[in-house]
Write a protein that binds this ligand. Structure first.
Ligand SMILES: Nc1ncnc2c1ncn2[C@@H]1O[C@H](COP(=O)(O)OP(=O)(O)OP(=O)(O)O)[C@@H](O)[C@H]1O
Ligand SMILES: [Mg+2]
Length: 337
């Protein structure tokens, strides 16, 4: 029986109703006793000697279930333990089956935050659309000019909602692991398409936007449309977060292995080191950025990160606040350098 218990991955214990442990398996030892054996007397070890669990052991109405937090080093883990009545030898005892549910709980929290964020992001424009519509409906005598202005605002907020929904669709497609369409393509084509998409906005803002191609043709490997989307997001951010008359350059740097780094350098507001990880999370925006680009949702970089991860590649930022940033993504080469 010991061999069977030890083979199980989850911590298991057999206890008497008074809480004395009669038997434990290997997983129990490594999870709750730092790999050691039970101390003499065999009570519940510190850390899991909890009133709720003691009560469950004494309870008449078994099976019972208890959840508790357990501190292992710096990690706060969440366990669920099921207490089931069994016969052990000649006596009545309890079988304790432990399950580590830390990850399940974490995912539930992520999901809750996500839903709360999305609802909030949709509600804000919706509230303002309803406000303008009601004004238009209840005040037919408004001057033509005012009416037009309200309609324009409604159009702006509606587009904002549309872009949020499109971003969400994109994220969920990426998450459901839709396969990538990986093919060789030319860096030149990627740069051209991103340039066509972004140069008007850059010009309107009085920014110089340069795409620097190496003299030698560079061929890359990946899902062209997705990588274009990723680079477009980086270039759009550079445009949004760079004040007038700034400069943006898009170029590549070779890496030691068979990859290149595509870099987008701007002379914009930059990102403080303490935010440099977090901006890649969904919905995260730095306050200073909100002022420059009010309509953003904070999904752009989350999408970029997803796209690069799906390729087994990386994205990152080097930045000095107030001076500018270099956002970069790595891409596999189709030719060997
Ligand atoms: N080039 C940049 N310079 C300075 N800050 C940046 C730059 N790019 C991104 N950031 C910061 O990262 C945050 C997240 O960027 P992300 O693209 O995910 O969202 P967003 O631009 O705020 O909104 P969206 O892309 O949905 O319109 C931004 O709000 C900003 O704080
Ligand atoms: Mg963005």
């Amino acid at each position: 029986m010991d061999a069977v218990l030890d083979a199980l991955e989850n911590p298991i214990a057999i206890a008497a109703a008074d809480g004395r442990l009669l038997k434990i398996n290997r997983a129990f030892r490594s999870s709750f006793l730092q790999g050691l054996d039970l101390p003499a007397g065999g009570g519940l070890p510190a850390g899991i000697d909890l009133p709720a669990l003691r009560e469950a052991l004494r309870a008449d109405s078994l099976p019972a279930q208890v959840e508790f937090e357990f501190l292992r080093g710096v990690h706060r883990l969440v366990y669920r333990v099921k207490v089931v009545p069994i016969h052990y030898g000649e006596r009545d005892a309890r079988l304790l089956k432990f399950q580590d549910i830390t990850e399940i709980r974490r995912l539930q929290a992520v999901r809750r935050d996500f839903v709360a964020n999305v609802s909030h992001q949709l509600k804000t424009p919706l509230t303002s659309i309803i406000g303008y519509l009601e004004t238009l409906l209840t005040r037919p005598g408004l001057p033509e000019e005012k009416k037009r202005e309200f309609l324009k605002r409604i159009a702006f907020q509606t587009r904002r909602m549309e872009s949020l929904v499109l971003d969400l669709i994109q994220l969920s497609e990426l998450e459901s692991g839709k396969t990538l369409n990986k093919k060789p393509f030319r860096l030149k084509d990627l740069f051209r398409e991103v340039q066509e998409q972004s140069e008007v906005k850059a010009r309107q803002k009085g920014l110089s936007l340069r795409f620097v191609l190496p003299r030698k043709t560079v061929r890359l490997l990946g899902d062209f449309h997705r990588l274009r989307e990723a680079l477009e997001n980086l270039v759009q951010n550079a445009i949004q977060y760079t004040p007038r008359d700034g400069e943006i350059a898009v170029y590549i740097e070779p890496l030691a292995d068979n990859r290149v780094k595509i870099c987008v350098r701007d002379t914009g507001i930059g990102v403080e080191p303490k935010f440099q990880q977090r901006i890649f999370q969904r919905f995260y925006r730095v306050d200073s950025a909100r002022k420059m680009h009010a309509g953003g949702t904070g999904l752009g970089l989350a999408i970029v990160k997803h796209i690069l991860e799906a390729h087994g590649q990386e994205v990152g930022v080097d930045s000095a606040p107030g001076k500018g940033s270099v956002f970069w993504m790595t891409v596999e080469r189709a030719d060997s350098a």
